[in-house]
Design a protein around this ligand. Structure first.
Ligand code: A2P
Length: 316
């Protein structure tokens, strides 16, 4: 599998398995099946509520000699209620325990949004902490400590704007190697991608298929359906591929990492095989015209009256 080089010399497999929205009862088999057909990279997070089952899938894959730990790449993320610097390593250790691992390949600050430690998901502004109460650079210092303690090989961020990423890059000891953000033809992120490429930060594209299985609170009315886009459908027809495969290969062509989620063996395999498709310049030019700057995951679920967070401030 093709890898990309991170800014510390380590590498990351460009294609991985997403696990957001994968039900605990299904994700173990998805992980085991993916690893058995060649997946080398699994993207996780404690807020997905399934890390224990991912861990069971990993453990069984190791004990059945399907893969070796050192040959695969595992990412997880720091949830918003563990942003105090001293909470980072305890949170990471919980994730490691759930995943049954000694180290992670990559650990990301999941969102530039902080919650009070006893709040898993706020219902109003009282559950939030502002970024002046818990500055992101202090959370980042906890992430750096995790590298120093050997608990994680690479660290990065997720859902960070250029402004927030730049602030970390300017003030850090260990530079972020990753920014994982929503990215697909309706949200092409050209400016952010150019910034990342200039600053040697790899961009991971989440929701590359448009995450049609999002829960209702992450859904707006009359959303455009990415997998039904006519231009993508036509390109798929031309290559005797599926629309999902074109979306995946588009992300790979742009030198991003891509992590489509599936719990269906057929689609897990189909998505893997997308790596073999060749898109030509004309395909890429056509897809370029589809950008709508449209976010499926717009972060409005973190915004409450009388809070310091607005949708604009999160994506500034
Ligand atoms: P399923 O898990 O049943 O395969 P995203 O990665 O953008 O979050 O999208 C995930 C959604 O896309 C899920 O609903 C997933 O369903 C579906 N999906 C994954 N792979 C494919 C595919 N190859 N074709 C169509 N839908 C897919």
């Amino acid at each position: 599998m093709k890898t990309l080089r991170l800014n510390n010399g380590n590498t990351i497999p460009q294609f991985g398995l997403g696990t957001w929205k994968s039900e605990p009862g299904q994700v173990k088999n998805a992980v085991k099946y993916g690893l058995s057909i060649g997946y080398e990279h699994i993207d996780c997070a404690p807020i997905y509520g399934n890390e224990k089952e991912v861990g069971e899938g990993l453990k069984e894959s190791f004990s059945d000699n399907v893969v070796k730990r050192e040959d695969i790449f595992i990412t997880s993320k720091l949830w918003n209620n563990r942003h105090y610097q001293q909470d980072v390593i305890p949170a990471l250790k919980e994730t490691l325990q759930d995943l049954q691992l000694d180290y992670l390949d990559l650990y990301l600050i999941h969102w530039p949004v902080a919650f009070k430690p006893d709040v898993n998901f706020p219902e109003d502004a009282s559950g939030l902490l502002s970024l002046s109460e818990v500055p992101l650079i202090e959370t980042w210092q906890g992430m750096e400590q995790a590298v120093k303690e050997g608990l994680v090989k690479n660290i990065g961020v997720s859902n960070f704007s250029i402004k927030k990423l730049d602030d970390i890059i300017t003030n850090c000891q260990i530079k972020p190697s990753m920014n994982q953000v929503e990215c697909h033809p309706y949200l092409q992120q050209d400016e952010l991608l150019a910034y990342c490429q200039k600053n040697d930060v790899i961009l991971t594209a989440y929701s590359p298929l448009g995450s049609k299985d999002r829960p209702d609170f992450v859904r707006n009315e009359n959303e455009p359906i990415l997998l039904e886009n006519e231009v993508i459908k036509n390109i798929a027809k031309k290559h005797q591929a599926t629309t999902a495969q074109i979306l995946i290969k588009w992300a790979i062509e742009r030198e991003t990492v891509v992590i489509p989620k599936s719990v269906s063996p057929e689609r897990i395999k189909q998505n893997y095989e997308a790596q073999n498709i060749s898109l030509d310049t004309e395909d890429m030019e056509q897809i370029k015209t589809l950008n709508l700057d449209y976010r499926y995951v717009d972060a409005s679920f973190f915004v409450f009256p009388n809070s310091s967070y607005t949708v604009e401030s999160i994506w500034d």
